[in-house]
Design a protein around this ligand. Structure first.
Ligand SMILES: NC(=O)c1ccc[n+]([C@@H]2O[C@H](COP(=O)([O-])OP(=O)(O)OC[C@H]3O[C@@H](n4cnc5c(N)ncnc54)[C@H](O)[C@@H]3O)[C@@H](O)[C@H]2O)c1
Length: 435
């Protein structure tokens, strides 16, 4: 099939590369000239495991191309994915402006009957607005489809290639047939393609992110209570996760959720509830619990260093909002860094992928280290913020030797409390006894 994807960010690039990988001819379009120039030379604007070889191979073999010429991309498409950003507006609701801009261009430049797919996460009830915008100048019939994306940054290629499910919101047999055909190669192991009405598909995306964010905030609160009452959240997590009604995933406490999706989607969902007179009390609490959680590591550092915190130097392992990505959007590290700088603390951070993005946001307000050990030099404490694999088994003797004093605040519960005690490290994690 001839596919075009408008918006070549974390989602659009993965969608485009994976659809090319199954033999489609895919054109990825974006207004960002620098991004497109880079991609044409196989320089990826994002870090995402497994994505670069897909882009290289499919571009080499002529199935994948990149352009800033949106009219051309629209004109050649049988199926067009809208994958532009839907950032939060000032009041927290998702801003549909970029989606509608693209919809308007589609109407103007479409050259045949086509399926118009909203891949961006759009507020429930957006489809009629998108349809109206396309219809203003459309000279051919078009079929709307809401196809929310559930990929996780850091596992995006794997998630797209082997999805747990594909959700298709459609209102015509043509859209249903074309989209089911397009996704068939990805669900050969029997994972379902769930076909539903468009409004329900739009709602499914928000409900999924709301539920996942709720699990994280719930566990963070339980972990904070464990801290106070002397329980160990590792035991509690396994104890509840073995209940088949609960399950083990998404039960790890930490420094709060971040990224481009959970914070903005929870806010947008709360806004939607308010707007239609159904206040979402649980999700409003999920959001405030998360805001509070982003301050927990600073509190722990304050307790560990006492009045020596002011003027101290802290080594930070991890800047990205999670491992496997360079995405710094709403990263808990940013809240922690602001708090530390306000307290007169200097920060030296390491991250295997996110330093360029961090530097764009923070400039030289903090120092950046080439290696995680280099960050420790002259530091009064180490704080672990992101659960990158390479931080899981460090050389602790070297860590102890390099830090000015052996203090570790571990926001991801990576290390064994008993082992830290044996090593003589002052160790604080989230919801577990200190050493
Ligand atoms: N990042 C994720 O993990 C994820 C997962 C599922 C869904 N989503 C949703 O997918 C959408 C895209 O997210 P993302 O993280 O890929 O965003 P992103 O910011 O990484 O990428 C958006 C891209 O769209 C381009 N763009 C903006 N306006 C444009 C226009 N008018 N024409 C052409 N290109 C334009 C931008 O230049 C940018 O490259 C959002 O709605 C998001 O909520 C994201």
């Amino acid at each position: 099939m001839n596919i075009s994807v408008v918006g070549t960010g974390y989602v659009g690039l993965v969608v485009g590369a994976c659809l090319a990988e199954t033999g489609n001819t895919v054109c990825c379009a974006d207004i960002d000239q620098k991004k497109i120039d880079g991609l044409r030379n196989n320089v990826l604007p994002i870090y995402e495991p497994g994505l670069k070889p897909l882009v290289e191979r499919n571009q080499d073999e002529g199935r994948l191309s990149f352009t800033t010429n949106l009219p051309e991309a629209i004109g050649s498409a049988e199926v067009l994915f809208i994958a532009v950003g839907t950032p939060p507006g000032e009041d927290g609701s998702a801003d549909l402006k970029y989606v509608l801009q693209v919809a308007s261009l589609i109407g103007r430049h479409m050259a045949r009957e086509m399926v118009v797919v909203t891949k961006s996460t759009v507020p429930v009830g957006s489809a009629p607005k998108v349809a109206a915008e396309v219809a203003k100048e459309a000279k051919f019939p078009f079929h709307l489809c809401s196809n929310p994306e559930f990929l996780k940054e850091g596992d995006a290629v794997e998630d797209f290639m082997r999805p747990d499910r594909v959700v298709l919101g459609v209102e015509s047999p043509h859209a249903r047939r074309v989209m089911s055909e397009l996704y068939a190669p990805f669900v050969r192991t029997g994972k379902p393609i769930l076909v539903m009405d468009i409004t329900s598909a739009e709602m499914t995306k928000y409900a999924a992110n709301g539920m996942l964010a709720a699990r994280i905030s719930f566990m963070n609160e339980i972990a904070n209570l464990c801290d106070k009452l002397g329980a160990n959240v590792d035991f509690v997590r396994k104890g509840i996760g073995s209940d088949s009604r609960i399950g083990q995933s998404f039960l790890f406490p930490g420094p709060g959720y971040g990224g481009s999706c959970f914070p903005k989607d929870v806010k947008a969902l709360v806004k939607m509830g308010d707007a239609c007179g159904v206040p979402l009390l649980v999700l409003a609490a999920v959001e405030s619990a998360n805001e509070r959680q982003k301050k927990v590591l600073l509190d722990k550092l304050r307790r560990a260093l006492g009045d020596k915190l002011r003027g101290a130097r802290v080594a930070m392992w991890g800047l990205a909002f999670k491992a496997g990505t360079d995405d710094m959007r709403e990263a808990p590290a940013l809240t922690l860094i602001e708090g530390l700088l306000e307290e007169g603390v200097s920060v030296c951070a390491h991250d295997p992928a996110a330093v360029d993005h961090a530097r764009a946001l923070l400039g030289n307000r903090i120092d950046y280290a080439e290696t995680n050990y280099e960050a420790l030099s002259g530091a009064d404490a180490l704080v672990v913020v992101t659960d990158w694999n390479e931080y899981r088994h460090p050389d602790f003797e070297r860590v102890k030797r390099t830090l000015k004093q052996p203090v570790i605040v571990d926001g991801r519960n990576l290390y064994d409390v008993e082992k830290m005690r044996e090593l003589g490290v002052q160790y604080h994690s989230v919801g577990r006894p200190s050493a």
